[in-house]
Write a protein that binds this ligand. Structure first.
Ligand code: T5A
Length: 219
């Protein structure tokens, strides 16, 4: 794919990340509301998924199964879903100047497959370049919480999916990988303490979004 950087004539790409049950779904609605207050109506989407074909790949990835899925199969399915999602939804929207708000993206791959599964980061980086060229989110909000609390919240919703069946150690590695990514680029990453009451979490998000919007509008 060519010409995938985000010059300002194009839309803006915002992603939301975190471990299981951290409150992404709840807070994405709030982020959308924050954007609406600036007159922006973002395209809402998610990964894995976002198009019919990518949602079919999502089902393959999440469904618990007897035959264990090889780590490389998982990684390639995630990037296959992402290639389709980019080609059919994200890139066309950005090209039209729209804003895109996406529940998880490639930071999840670095966190889950890189941190959780301990796959080589350079393999992920290679696939990232192959599938995305130079397209990266303009802003990544990482909701950060003790994995125990998030898992408790997630497991109250019903049968755990294939990822939710992983060990606490797995989710501690996922969280550490997210924290490491956030610390490497504090202007592009916003680390939110999601262990607080919803009011306080939303206040942090609103403050961070306001800072991002003023930077964005100033350039
Ligand atoms: N995956 C994904 C990879 O391994 N690699 C990749 O590259 C990608 C893209 C699916 C899985 O795919 C994996 C990671 C995932 O395991 P998903 O559908 O995003 O990804 O799965 P979940 O993280 O499980 O997302 P959920 O929708 O299940 O959880 P949320 O959205 O984080 O949590 P939410 O908002 O539903 O909240 C959970 C509960 O907590 C409450 C809510 O009301 C809700 O009941 N809550 C709070 N309670 C108290 N205080 C607060 N501050 C609260 N905030 C929310």
């Amino acid at each position: 794919m060519s010409n995938q950087s985000n010059p300002h004539s194009r839309g803006c790409f915002i992603t939301v990340e975190g471990t299981e049950g951290v409150g992404k779904t709840t807070n994405i609605a709030w982020i959308r509301q924050c954007l609406t207050s600036y007159g922006i109506d973002p395209v809402m989407t998610r990964e894995p998924g976002g198009t019919n074909l990518s949602e079919e790949i999502r089902a393959l990835l999440l469904e618990p199964r007897e035959e264990p899925m090889a780590e490389m199969t998982e990684l390639l399915l995630i990037f296959a879903a992402r290639a389709q999602h980019l080609a059919r939804k994200i890139v066309p929207a950005l090209d039209q100047g729209q804003w895109v708000l996406c529940d998880r993206f490639t930071d999840a791959t670095y966190a889950y497959q890189g941190g959780g599964r301990s796959l080589d980061k350079s393999t992920i980086s290679h696939l990232e370049t192959l599938v995305q060229a130079d397209l990266r989110p303009d802003l990544v909000l990482i909701l950060d919480i003790e994995p125990e609390i998030g898992l408790q919240r997630a497991r109250q919703r019903g049968e755990p999916d294939r990822f939710e069946q992983e060990t606490l150690q797995f989710f501690r590695r996922v969280r550490a990988a997210y924290q490491e990514r956030a610390s490497q680029d504090p202007t592009r990453y916003l680390l939110i303490d999601a262990g607080q009451s919803l009011d306080k979490v939303q206040h942090q998000i609103q403050t961070g979004m306001a800072a991002f919007m003023s930077r964005r509008l100033a350039t």
